[in-house]
Design a protein around this ligand. Structure first.
Ligand code: MRU
Length: 360
């Protein structure tokens, strides 16, 4: 999407590869500073995934694909290149446990390597495949926007939790893509954006995106969403997904489950927007989805910008209190009205979801 820098609009993806360097927007600094980070080797790229310089299912997936491509390039001069590549694949997969796109991307690049007969062609194939993953992600999200737009009225209001906009993917986004498509079609959409604790991704990232796109929005505290839904302010909820199980149970940023319950209580549709690369056919239900627990510090401390324009953190809990920080929760399929994918919208038929058409 476009970012205005010093008055000039420039198109950016969240992550891309130039030669053997992986470049990405440093999302830790948004919304106050727009800066790029360059990772020169695959270990640096893994670190960027771990410390959430790059985050969001699709963006993590593309970055993981690029990390594999970097490892392939690095392996070209080694005596045991395959051993190096297997090790790299394991390390990349261990960087973050929940986002399915990460595993999808590493496996896709490994398959591309396996299909080649020489090391030289395998390295080329790895780079090509990593770029293909990124392009596929951007295109799938564009189509999600087209399908999702059909759910939005000429004047509508959407609640989204966390950030599943273009920053969470390579481009376009999942949950926000329908909003961008609606705006392009001349519709008037108001977005309510939360996830104001612990990572503040609704407050920091979604608001930044919407501001850039000129879309009317309000950042609301996490615990205001239920009341706003009941009061009739919100027409529908659209969230993203980090992993979707075979029965439709969906892992997304912590707090999503509560939004789904509130939406059900208020009689509001609750949609999940995600590309098919987020579906994990090996998970029978949400119970099989691994939930990442992150550092207690993300709960104890808040980062922000001081009035003097300096980035800093403040402590919000007493010394000695312990914290728990699950990064995701699972929303049971029964609360989900439908999935907006690049292959169309799959609605919740009374018997559950028929995902067959996704795999044709
Ligand atoms: O921890 P993150 O930022 O990588 O988590 C991902 C998310 O931002 C959300 O869960 C999002 O809604 C799904 S990613 C498209």
């Amino acid at each position: 999407m476009k970012v205005k820098l010093d008055g000039i609009e420039k198109h950016f993806r969240t992550v891309w590869m130039k030669g053997s360097t992986v470049c990405m927007i440093d999302q830790r600094l948004l919304p106050h500073r727009f800066k790029l980070l360059k990772c020169r080797n695959y270990l640096d790229t893994i670190e960027a995934i771990k410390n959430m310089t790059v985050r969001g299912a699709g963006a993590i997936g593309a970055t993981a694909g690029y990390a594999m491509a970097q490892a392939a390039l690095e392996s070209a001069n080694l005596r045991k290149p395959l051993k190096y590549l297997f090790m790299a694949a394991d390390k990349i997969k261990a960087s973050r446990p929940t986002a399915q796109n990460l595993f999808y991307a590493v496996d896709r690049v490994c398959n591309a390597i396996n299909n080649e007969e020489t090391l030289e062609s395998a390295v080329k194939a790895a780079v090509l495949e990593a770029n293909a993953i990124a392009n596929d992600d951007a295109e799938a999200c564009r189509k999600i926007g087209e399908f999702g737009n059909t759910l939005l009225g000429v004047k509508d209001s959407v609640l989204t939790h966390c950030n599943a906009g273009w920053l969470a993917f390579v481009d376009n986004g999942s949950a926000l893509s329908p909003v961008y498509a609606a705006k392009a079609a001349g519709k008037q959409i108001i977005v309510y954006s939360d996830e104001t604790r612990p990572r503040l991704q609704g407050a920091n990232l979604t608001s930044w995106e919407l501001l850039n796109e000129g879309i009317e929005h309000y950042v609301i505290p996490d615990n205001a969403a239920g009341a706003f839904m009941r009061d009739g302010r919100i027409g529908l909820v659209i969230v993203g997904a980090d992993r979707i199980a075979n029965n439709g149970d969906t892992a997304n940023k912590i707090g999503t489950y509560e939004k789904a319950i509130c939406a059900r209580a208020a009689g509001i549709p609750f949609y999940v927007a995600a590309p098919t690369s987020t579906f994990d056919v090996n998970c029978r239900s949400g119970r099989d989805i691994p939930i990442e627990y992150r550092s207690e510090d993300e709960v104890h401390w808040i980062y922000g910008m001081t009035e003097k324009g300096k980035r800093g953190r403040v402590k919000v809990t007493p010394e000695g209190s312990k914290a728990l920080n699950p990064a995701f929760d699972v929303t049971p399929a029964e609360y989900i009205s439908g999935f907006i994918t690049e292959k169309g919208i799959i609605l919740n038929e009374n018997k559950g979801f028929d995902f067959e058409k996704l795999w044709k």
